[in-house]
Design a protein around this ligand. Structure first.
Ligand code: ACO
Length: 325
């Protein structure tokens, strides 16, 4: 059995269409919805987001990110024996997006399943894959976060529709004798389900209930900052490291104010915080692997660095994974 799971490649995929705050405000104004670049930037740090064109699927975005990660790792899709996809915006109820991506990649025969933990999904998927590789004998895994949140947004609700974007990110993990994932902790509090949810369902051939994302922004904000801090402390303690030894902090990219508050509480200097929410918006389960890919490719994350990946989102769910590169 392998002692560790190492990240050996990362990849990302974004839709072609970039929508700036100014463009979005102009579009929303046509519906009588008032917002501004200034409001969005001040409250969230978001300047633009990528939005999927009609016809683009979560499967296609996820497969593109996976191919980029495989190329980065120098691996063939056929060598993958475990494929985990984190998404809350699957293309269909079943089969899982993981199975659909597996077919596109040609990784037939691998284990393949989806993880549903909303914005914590990638961190959940990474923790699950790590455990299966250390305890279950899997040798090479793909963990993908892929979302098209724009399709579950209520474009008449300015308190939510300005916040999210579409995209996908992926990592290739390999069984190894040196770290690797150092520690992982996951949590949830289902009593807080209502503060961030999409309550609709398909029943009797129709969508019943509310098919749009709804959020109590202030409740989410308060919970997010607290749980990001507590779960960071847990993985640091598990790994025997201090916050000063974290080279890069990559929390879920929901809001720059949550990111800054998290770094400050942990005592991680702002220059070691990776921020991509300004260009991607909140891409839910895709946000952490997208940010990770950006920071690896621009040379910030180097071999030996300790990187703290953190998720928080609907459920309410949260968790941290501490990784050495
Ligand atoms: N444009 C202009 N005005 C707006 C907009 C908008 N897009 N949205 C809301 N407003 C108005 C409100 O109507 C309100 O007006 P009022 O005072 O006349 O009633 C005013 O702005 C303030 O609204 P608040 O909701 O109090 O604004 P707040 O400062 O809390 O910011 C925000 C809202 C950005 C959502 C904030 O609560 C937040 O960041 N929450 C964290 C939630 C988050 O990031 N969620 C992402 C998904 S969850 C996750 O990924 C973990």
């Amino acid at each position: 059995m392998a002692r560790f799971a190492r990240i050996i490649g990362t990849g990302a995929a974004l839709p072609e269409r970039v929508v700036t705050n100014v463009e979005l405000a102009r579009e929303l104004a046509k519906r009588g919805i008032e917002t501004s670049d200034e409001w969005i930037v001040t409250r969230t740090g978001i300047r633009q987001r990528y939005l999927a064109e009609p016809g683009l699927t979560t499967t296609a975005l996820g497969a593109r990110a996976a191919r980029a990660a495989l190329a980065d790792a120098g691996c063939d899709a056929a060598s993958i024996d475990l494929l985990v996809v984190a998404t809350s915006t699957p293309d269909q109820i079943f089969p899982s997006t993981a199975c659909l991506i597996q077919a596109q990649l040609g990784a037939v025969g691998s284990a393949a399943f989806d993880v549903q933990a909303v914005c914590s999904g990638f961190v959940y998927g990474l923790a699950v894959a790590d455990a299966m590789m250390r305890g279950g004998g899997y040798r090479r895994a793909l963990v993908i976060g892929a979302e098209i949140f724009s399709r579950i947004l209520d474009w008449n609700d300015r308190t939510t529709c300005v916040l999210f974007g579409d995209g996908a990110g992926a990592v290739v993990l390999e069984a190894a004798e040196r770290p690797g994932v150092l520690a992982a902790r996951l949590h949830a509090d289902g009593t807080q389900a209502q503060i961030l949810c999409t309550g609709g369902r398909v029943e009797g051939g129709r969508v019943t209930g509310d098919p749009f994302l709804r959020m109590d922004g202030q409740a989410v904000f308060k919970l997010a900052v607290n749980v990001l801090d507590s779960s960071a402390q847990e993985v640091l303690a598990d790994a025997g490291l201090t916050a000063q030894q974290v080279d890069w902090l990559i929390p879920h990219q929901a809001n720059v104010r949550i990111l800054n508050a998290t770094a400050k509480r942990l005592g991680v200097p702002p220059q070691r915080l990776v921020v991509t929410v300004d260009r991607h918006g909140n891409t839910s389960a895709a946000s952490v692997p997208l940010a990770l890919d950006v920071a690896r490719r621009d040379g910030r994350i180097r071999p030996g660095h300790n990187v703290l990946l953190q998720g928080v989102g609907g459920g309410f769910t949260w968790g941290s994974v501490l990784v050495r590169f």
